[in-house]
Design a protein around this ligand. Structure first.
Ligand SMILES: [Zn+2]
Length: 417
């Protein structure tokens, strides 16, 4: 039976489908991108209804009267990219601190002057809901131009109940002005608020914030920064299990600066993802695999902080851990939304192969935010999220670094101008 379509993409040199079996890819599976040479894609009412070799298009698809056709001659078509870890909503930037840091001023000294995360907390507390929505909207527009059609957004610059809720309300409100897929995560335990008692603050997170976030249905996930000097494994477990009691699935900032046990906790709780994992050891990797956790690597943060310890990606892939790749977009450690650039860093700094990076910003990234059945690959039934590159091969993404090869984005079946 021929399927009706209202949007048809033809002429592509290759369709990189990253089609899976409903599961994230691991091991050598991460390099199998399901490429269809000289392929076409058909979309109807925002959903993919067919993809295959273009010579089969006529027999498979009937264009609706009003159907739009996109000529992708000489181009590569990929699934819309997924950025599975961002702190997209915050007010104020810290470029002067970056200058200080380059000049050799220690972070502790910057923090003592009211800089660092404290400063972003202050400016975000002062910003109105409308301001945060506008800031978020501009950043989403920018992401979309890079071919990103699904973004995870965390709270975590409020560190008080009102502002944490305000950040999540802003993130949720963005859905009204975009067709992008938005996933929200509560990260009240991002830091200990300036001047606060950690135990009392954790009581507020668990007894006040999480119940309110759940009541207003503001987030799908609960996250915590588990690190030496921030939240211990036991404290992180308390936050994440409280989240679970309220229906918020766990995510975790794990092993970023030290091998601290965050990956093990992620495995124990069956977290959706454990992110950073720069210092995670073999036991941590195996715990994640046992728990069905996806590893999200954030090489942009390592790079921007001028550090040298990147996650042990080869060991992770060889042992069978599915990996995703994200920007970690935030004002302190990675002020970049350029997911393309992160593929380059993953290649050169972590020895990830080019096909693995593509899998890591599409299918596996979608699974890392619980959207593996919604987006992340070009498959029948998934959202019509497509990226058309102005180049015949996808390898250009990490190779031509810093350049945006995206010629056209289709988001939820709509051609973006
Ligand atoms: Zn983060």
């Amino acid at each position: 039976m021929r399927r009706k379509a209202d949007l048809i993409i033809t002429g592509a040199n290759q369709i990189v489908t990253v089609a899976g079996n409903g599961k994230p890819r691991h091991g050598t599976g991460m390099t199998d991108l399901g490429i269809i040479p000289h392929g076409a894609v058909a979309v109807s009412h925002g959903k993919i209804v067919w993809t295959g070799p273009e010579i089969e298009l006529q027999d498979a698809v009937i264009p609706a009267n009003t159907a739009q056709t996109v000529d992708a001659a000489g181009c590569t078509v990929l699934p819309g990219f997924v950025d599975p870890h961002t702190h997209l909503i915050f007010a104020g930037t810290r470029e002067d601190e970056f200058a200080d840091k380059i000049a050799g001023v220690p972070y502790m000294e910057i923090a003592a002057k009211g800089g660092g995360i404290k400063r972003t907390v202050r400016t975000t507390r002062e910003a109105s809901l409308e301001t945060l929505i506008n800031i978020g909207k501009n950043r989403l527009d920018h992401a979309l131009k890079l071919g990103i059609t699904c973004v995870e957004i965390k709270s975590g610059y409020g560190l008080d109940t009102d502002t944490e809720l305000k950040m999540l309300r802003a993130a949720n409100a963005l859905r009204q002005s975009t067709d992008m897929e938005i996933v929200t995560t509560f990260l009240g335990a991002h830091e200990v608020p300036p001047g606060a008692d950690k135990g009392l603050y954790l009581d507020t997170v668990c007894h006040e914030m999480i119940p309110l976030v759940a009541r207003e249905n503001l987030a799908s996930y609960c996250d915590v920064f588990c690190e030496r000097g921030v939240y211990t494994v036991d404290e992180a477990r308390r936050v994440l299990t409280t989240g679970l009691e309220y229906g918020l699935k766990p995510k975790i900032h794990a092993d970023q600066m030290t091998n601290f046990g965050g990956a093990g906790l992620a495995g124990e709780l069956g977290a959706v993802s454990a992110d950073h994992i720069d210092y995670t050891d073999t036991d941590g990797i195996d715990a994640m695999i046992r728990g069905g956790v996806i590893g999200v690597i954030l090489p942009g943060a390592v790079f921007f902080l001028g550090l040298t310890r990147y996650p042990p990606v080869r060991e992770m892939i060889q042992r069978g851990l599915p990996l995703a790749l994200a920007t970690d977009f935030n004002p302190g450690s990675c002020f970049s939304q350029n997911l393309h650039l992160m593929t380059t860093l993953a290649c050169t700094q972590c020895r990830m192969t080019i096909p693995e990076t593509i899998c890591a910003i599409t299918l596996n990234a979608a699974h890392a935010v619980g959207k593996g059945d919604v987006c992340g690959s070009i498959e029948v039934g998934k959202r019509g999220d497509l990226v058309i590159l102005d180049t015949p091969e996808y390898e250009m993404i990490p190779y031509h670094f810093g350049h945006n090869h995206v010629r056209q984005v289709i988001c939820n079946g709509k051609i973006i101008d």
